[in-house]
Design a protein. Structure first.
Length: 184
């Protein structure tokens, strides 16, 4: 969906934070970096459902190397705007990750608890390597020590929607990222 200047969900207002053009330009840069780092390899990209679907679909089209893809679904947020901190597995990946180069693709890393959980799950399959790419990270919000190898944009610690990210499952299909207008 084309990106309007303002989004409304129930009584909340969201304003544009990252435009479609800026998103796509940054994705091309990230894909270039990943293609160089994995030159000669065929990594498996594991997308974290549902939020990372749009990001992953666009990112892999900019790669100049081959890759495979699979998905995992975990839940930590429910319908709230703050993480419950409790991670549950909703759908596991099915690819054989043993001795493979794995890149976990996240929409946003906030507390880092999901990333920590995912890292442990992937590492239990004894891959050759595990790296993380996240479209967004929030400044000063990490509660655990996790390294995100490729970061699209570091943003302020505010709630965002669009381009895969949702509030109550809405606004995932908008081509830009929006941040909550405080007090709305
Ligand atoms: P973490 O476990 O706290 O790092 O949260 C990671 C997950 O929470 C992300 O993959 C998102 O699905 C969700 N999340 C975190 N911040 C936001 C946000 O600002 N908007 C929408 N979803 C978010
Ligand atoms: Mg997510």
């Amino acid at each position: 969906m084309n990106a309007p200047p303002v989004l409304e969900i129930e009584d909340l207002k969201f304003e544009i934070l990252i435009s479609e053009k800026d998103l796509q330009n940054r994705l091309r840069e990230l894909a270039g970096q990943i293609s160089r780092d994995y030159d000669g390899e065929v990594p498996i990209m594991i997308g974290v459902l549902n939020g990372a679907v749009l990001f992953m679909a666009d990112l892999i089209r900019y790669l100049s190397i081959d890759c495979e893809m699979d998905f995992i679904k975990i839940s930590s947020y429910g319908n709230k705007r703050v993480s419950s901190g409790e991670i549950t597995m909703v759908k596991d990946f099915s690819a054989d990750l043993h001795s493979r180069h794995v890149i976990v693709v996240e929409d946003i890393v906030d507390s880092g608890l999901s990333a920590q959980y995912l890292k442990r799950r992937v590492q239990s399959m004894k891959p050759a390597s595990v790296k993380f790419v996240s479209l967004l990270t929030k400044t000063d919000s990490l509660k655990v020590d996790v390294d995100i190898d490729y970061v699209g944009f570091e943003i302020d610690n505010k709630f965002v929607v669009g381009y895969g990210l949702d509030y109550k499952q809405q606004k995932r299909n908008v081509n830009a990222i929006y941040q909550l207008v405080q007090g709305s």
